[in-house]
Write a protein that binds this ligand. Structure first.
Ligand SMILES: [Zn+2]
Length: 300
């Protein structure tokens, strides 16, 4: 039997007055794992996932103990950087970058220097995405380039960023569209001297729009079988329920789109806003609900 365990302090908000961690919103969660350590204490647990809550609001880094996935462009808007109270990962913003500009407008040197500064000043950065080139049709259309060129440039980004700032934990990212194209990309990394099966974690991108597609599972299963410890970008319940046995971590901010589309006001929210699409309390509740659904045993 396999289960998914929330490695964070399941849904805790930081009390801004006392700075103490308030008890979890999750009444059933009595086990508080060490977020820096793989939790093997939960019963019947042989599959672990860490789930980063995607947010447009980097200020949440000082307000919660839930792991966050924060966008580089958003964080740059802060003159007074938050000191993080939680583990977080950096999204390079590649999806929007390629869609808007058809290329990266930030040089590798500028990106590496800034991420190094963010890691130091914000603290608790677990890893940073490289300047990858997504291979979804919209991204390819925007750049006018092929999957192969996007893949080559993604390998080149890892090479450059690690050369410039080897002290930053850069996440290698695989891009592709068909399962075989992701394996081809794995081969490209190998040819360039990167043995991804030896990395602590490897990102897999361009999956978010295909959460129900057979290609999602075929891709992740093949990469898992190749020995990779996978972070699958952008999976929510539809993808996670199928993919969880193959991945180590994921992230999503679909909670915000869902709240906006359905005009959700969470029943426990006492804020003045009418819709909780930028609401930390709702986001944490959404994440907790998602993880509780995934705690059901896997169908074997
Ligand atoms: Zn709210």
């Amino acid at each position: 039997m396999a289960a998914i365990v929330d490695k964070s302090n399941a849904g805790a908000l930081l009390d801004p007055k006392s700075e103490r961690v308030r008890p979890s919103l999750c009444a059933s969660s009595r086990h508080v794992p060490n977020p820096l350590k793989r939790d093997r204490t939960a019963e019947n647990c042989d599959s672990i996932i860490e789930y980063f809550l995607g947010t447009h609001q980097p200020g949440w880094l000082r307000k919660t103990t839930v792991p966050l996935f924060v966008s580089y462009p958003r964080l740059l808007q802060y003159q007074d950087l938050p000191r993080s109270q939680t583990d977080w990962a950096l999204d390079s913003g590649g999806f929007t970058q390629l869609l808007k500009h058809g290329r990266w407008t930030t040089s590798p040197s500028e990106y590496a220097d800034t991420v190094r500064r963010l890691a130091k000043e914000v603290g608790r950065l677990k890893w940073a995405s490289i300047q990858d080139w997504l291979c979804a049709p919209a991204s390819l259309h925007s750049t006018g380039l092929s999957v192969l060129v996007h893949q080559r440039r993604t390998v080149d980004s890892l090479y450059r960023l690690r050369s410039i700032a080897p002290d930053v934990r850069w996440l290698p990212i695989l891009q592709g569209w068909t399962p075989s194209s992701y394996l081809d990309h794995l081969g490209m990394y190998r040819a360039a001297g990167f043995a991804l099966e030896r990395e602590r974690l490897v990102g897999v991108g361009s999956l978010a729009q295909r959460q129900q597609a057979p290609a999602l599972i075929e891709t992740l299963a093949a990469l898992h079988d190749a020995g990779l410890n996978i972070h699958a970008f952008g999976l929510s319940i539809a993808g996670l329920s199928k993919a969880r046995r193959y991945i180590a971590s994921s992230d999503s901010m679909v909670w915000s789109y869902t709240a906006r589309r359905r005009q959700i006001k969470h029943r426990t929210c006492r804020e003045r806003h009418l819709v909780c699409n930028n609401c930390l309390k709702y986001a944490i509740a959404w994440r907790r609900n998602l993880l509780s659904k995934l705690k059901r045993p896997l169908d074997m």
